[in-house]
Design a binder for this molecule. Structure first.
Ligand code: FAD
Length: 382
C-alpha cells in the first residue's frame, strides 16, 4: 500500500517519519536518503565534533533498530532521481521505484561552491571527518565566509591552536542576520582569541595550508522543479507547507514558505524550522491540518559565546541593547516598523527562553522597557 514517502534523511525527513508514527499514522513510511549514514543532526559537525569532544555516534539521531521497531523503511545511500507525479512514484538511482500516496520533500541544501581548488566545505558527516583531519594537519587556515558556519569552524580551529584568518566580503560578521552591535561583539571575541579577521575583503591570501569555504548554501529544489513544481529561493509551498500538487509537501532547508514572523515568504536554515515543519506536516497528513506558524529560533556556539536568536530580524529599523556587551552577557531587541520582531541573546540562555515566548506571543514591549534591566521580561508574556 502506498503510504508516505520522504525524500531526504536529514533532520526534517527523520522528524517527519518520527512524528507520523507519534501521531498514530498506520500506513507505510519510506525514508530515502542519499547519504550512507543513518539520519543525523548537523550542528555538532562544526562544534563538538571538530574539537573531538563529540564523535559521529553523538550526531546519529536514532540507532538502526529504531526504524525497524517503528516500521519505517529506511533506504540509505540511495538518490531519488525523479518524481513521476502522474503515476505517484519516485524513481531511484538504482533503477527502482517507490510508490507514494503522499510525498514529503526534505532534500535540504548543499554548499554554495567557490572556485577555490582543494578547499574544504562542511555540510556532511563525511566532510566533517575530512575537515577535522585536515585542520589537525594544517598550521595556517583561511576561512572564506564570516557567517555562522565559517566562524564556528574558525573558533574550533583556533581552539586547536592553529593560525586562523577569516575573510569576509561584507563590512561586518554575520551581517545577513544580526545587528552591528552583535557583529562587533563577535569580532572582538574572535580577535581576542587570536583569529585574524579581514572584512570588506574578497581576495583571500590563498597561500594557507588549508582553505575552508563557508559562504552559504543552495536549496536542493531541482527534483521539484524537474517535476514541474514551482521554485524560487527553494521549493514554493503554502501555509500548510504543501506544493500546488496536493500530494506533495516540502519542508526544512529546501522549502520557501509564508512566515508570519517574517511578514512574507522565507526559506530558513535551522534545526527548529526543520523539526517544527516536520511535526506540522505529520499533523496535516494525519488529519489535523493547521497553518505552520512556529516562532523561529536558532543558536551558534563560537569559543565560549553562545548566541541564541528568536524571531526574524530582517528589515529591522531599530535596535536596543539590554545589558552591557563588555560583560559578555547581553541581549539585543530588534524592531521593525515599531513592532518587536527578534531578540538575540548572547550568553543569556534564560533570557532566550523568555524571548522565544515573547516572540511567539507577538507580545509588545517598548524599546525603553527592553533596554531597562529592572523591567522583568516575563511580565510581557504572563
Ligand atoms: P538536511 O539536513 O540538509 O538534509 C537533507 C538530506 O536530503 C541530505 O542528507 C541530502 O543528502 C538528502 N537528499 C537531498 N536530495 C536527495 C535526493 N534526491 N535523494 C535522496 N536524498 C537526498 N542549525 C541550527 O539551528 N543550529 C546550529 O547550531 C546549526 N549548526 C549547523 C552546523 C552545520 C555544520 C550545518 C551544515 C548546519 C547547521 N545548522 C544549524 C542548520 C541545520 O543543520 C539545518 O537547517 C538542518 O539540517 C536542515 O535539515 P533538512 O532535513 O531540511 O536538510
Amino acid at each position: 500500500m502506498a503510504g508516505v514517502v520522504i525524500i531526504g534523511g536529514g533532520q526534517a525527513g527523520f522528524q517527519t517519519a518520527l512524528s507520523l508514527r507519534a501521531e498514530g499514522f498506520q500506513e507505510s513510511i519510506t525514508l530515502i536518503g542519499e547519504e550512507p549514514h543513518l539520519p543525523y543532526q548537523r550542528p555538532p559537525l562544526s562544534k563538538g565534533m571538530l574539537l573531538g569532544k563529540q564523535q559521529e555516534r553523538h550526531a546519529i539521531l536514532r540507532p538502526e533498530d529504531f526504524y525497524t521497531a517503528q516500521r519505517i523503511d529506511l533506504i540509505t545511500g540511495q538518490r531519488v532521481t525523479s518524481i513521476d507525479r502522474d503515476r505517484r512514484k519516485v524513481l531511484l538511482a538504482s533503477g527502482g521505484e517507490v510508490p507514494y500516496e503522499t510525498l514529503v520533500l526534505a532534500t535540504g541544501a548543499r554548499n554554495r561552491p567557490l572556485p577555490v581548488e582543494g578547499a574544504c566545505y562542511l555540510r556532511t558527516l563525511g566532510e566533517a571527518a575530512e575537515l577535522k583531519q585536515r585542520i589537525s594537519a594544517a598550521q595556517n587556515i583561511t576561512v572564506i565566509g564570516g557567517g555562522f558556519i565559517g566562524l564556528e569552524v574558525a573558533a574550533a580551529a583556533r581552539t586547536m591552536g592553529k593560525a586562523v584568518t577569516v575573510v569576509e566580503l561584507a563590512p561586518r560578521l554575520m551581517a545577513r542576520v544580526v545587528a552591528p552591535v552583535v557583529s562587533e561583539h563577535f569580532l572582538q571575541q574572535h580577535v581576542a582569541q587570536g583569529v585574524e579577521i579581514l572584512l570588506n575583503t574578497q581576495l583571500a591570501d590563498l597561500s594557507a595550508d588549508l582553505i575552508v569555504v563557508g559562504v552559504g548554501v543552495l536549496p536542493n529544489d531541482e527534483l521539484a522543479r524537474d517535476a514541474g513544481l514551482p521554485t524560487s529561493n527553494g521549493i514554493t509551498v503554502d501555509a500548510h507547507l504543501r506544493t500546488p500538487d496536493p500530494h506533495i509537501f516540502a519542508i526544512g532547508d529546501c522549502a520557501e514558505y509564508p512566515n508570519p514572523f517574517a511578514g512574507g515568504r522565507i526559506r530558513l536554515e535551522s534545526v527548529q524550522n526543520a523539526v517544527d515543519q516536520a511535526v506540522s506536516v505529520a499533523r496535516t497528513i494525519t488529519g489535523n491540518p493547521a497553518p505552520y506558524e512556529s516562532a523561529p529560533w536558532f543558536w551558534t556556539d563560537q569559543f565560549d559565546i553562545r548566541l541564541q536568536t528568536a524571531g526574524i530580524s530582517h528589515g529591522f529599523d531599530q535596535v536596543v541593547t539590554r545589558g552591557d556587551p563588555e560583560s559578555r552577557k547581553f541581549s539585543v531587541f530588534y524592531y521593525r516598523a515599531g513592532a518587536l520582531c527578534a531578540i538575540d541573546s548572547i550568553n543569556r540562555p534564560a533570557e532566550h527562553l523568555t524571548a522565544r515566548k515573547i516572540i511567539a506571543a507577538r507580545a509588545s514591549m517598548t524599546p525603553e522597557q527592553a533596554a531597562d534591566e529592572s523591567f522583568d521580561l516575563k511580565t510581557a508574556v504572563n
